[in-house]
Design a binder for this molecule. Structure first.
Ligand SMILES: [Zn+2]
Length: 344
């Protein structure tokens, strides 16, 4: 078990629970409470992945290569496509106002990353400029995922634009029915260049796409900060940032226009505004509170300080970053500032 646990840690796993993405959900049952409080154990129980690979797809057997016409993938069409899918009337404005790193301006389209991503279980159904897409059994169909290929590449580009870091390594993204632990919707294996998403055939592929964006966010974190820093990153910043990177989709599904608004919504719904113990209120709520804290930190202290803070993490425990040294304030003082900002 210890060996597996160590291996799992080395894989830098991070999971999205994604119960509903709908409103505030203080935990309502003992089962859910237990699940969320023991979230770390989902890591230790992970089986070795390779032995499950009964149907490894040979790259040559790919049923489709969805190579996207690069010239059509400018930022304008990217945004328009994202907006068209989102329900709310004002996401375009939101996309601009939320981008703290830099205004969204036309940038060169990221180049095709040649070669193949890592092999995954199931069938390779499409390859985009930077993503290999796999499908297992009893999840979305191969056609559904192949049809989604261009969208997923655009989601990657939106995440890159928002965060300001570009993927340099081709990654594989696989859809499966059975998560390693109940309630888990996605996992990022950043050291291996893989993402797994867990959805059943009748579920909403739009929500699965949002989970994919969060997991892609972890890969971008690893890209910016390095594997070693991500391995010891404070969960508050690690999960908060991946959720923040997925802002455009995640906030829309919450019916909020900003992380400040989302924080207020959670508060109004009775979710305690506590960072260190946020997971007691459910994983989704925790991730959203942490994303709003990330937004506050970036706005108040800037990216340079935030990056140093992220890199100062001393383990996955919430609060492990060296807030005192980097920002001159304790996590409790910063929590007070963040709550005051939400209340403004
Ligand atoms: Zn995550």
């Amino acid at each position: 078990m210890q060996r597996i646990y160590s291996r799992a840690l080395a894989l830098l796993i991070c999971a999205v629970m994604f119960g509903g993405l709908i409103g505030a959900r203080p935990f309502s049952s003992a089962t859910e409470h237990e699940l969320l409080l023991t979230g770390a154990s989902s890591i230790s129980l992970l089986p070795a992945r390779s032995v499950q690979s009964s149907i490894l797809a040979g790259q040559a057997g790919a049923r489709a290569r969805a190579e996207l016409p690069t010239e059509q993938a400018d930022n304008r069409s990217l945004k328009e496509e994202l907006m068209a899918e989102l329900r709310s009337a004002a996401p375009a404005e939101r996309f601009h106002t939320l981008a703290l790193a830099a205004p969204i301006v036309a940038k060169p389209v990221p180049a095709m990353i040649p070669g193949n991503g890592p092999w995954m279980r199931g069938e390779l159904v499409a390859q985009t400029q930077r993503l290999d897409l796999y499908v297992g059994k009893n999840t979305f169909s191969a056609d559904q995922v192949a049809d989604r290929a261009a969208k997923l590449e655009r989601v990657l580009r939106a995440a890159e634009d928002y965060f300001g870091t570009t993927l340099t390594r081709r990654i594989s993204l696989g859809f499966y029915s059975k998560p390693p632990k109940r309630g888990v919707r996605g996992m990022a294996y950043t050291s291996e260049g893989r993402v797994e998403i867990y959805y059943r055939p009748d579920e909403d592929i739009g929500r699965a796409t949002t989970v994919a964006m969060h997991e892609i966010g972890h890969h971008l974190e690893a890209q910016r900060y390095g594997e070693a820093a991500q391995r010891r990153a404070d969960t508050i910043l690690h999960e908060g940032l991946a959720t923040w990177i997925a802002s455009i989709r995640w906030l829309d599904q919450c019916g909020a226009t900003s992380w400040r608004e989302r924080g207020r919504q959670l508060h109004d719904a009775g979710v305690p505004l506590r960072l260190l113990t946020a997971e007691r209120s459910g994983a989704d709520n925790a991730y959203e509170l942490w994303a709003s804290f990330v937004e506050y930190l970036v706005r108040q202290y800037g990216w340079k300080k935030f990056n140093a803070l992220y890199a100062s993490g001393r383990g996955r425990a919430p609060g492990s970053s060296d807030y005192e040294r980097v920002l001159g304030k304790s996590i409790d003082e910063l929590s007070d500032e963040w709550r005051a900002w939400l209340a403004q």
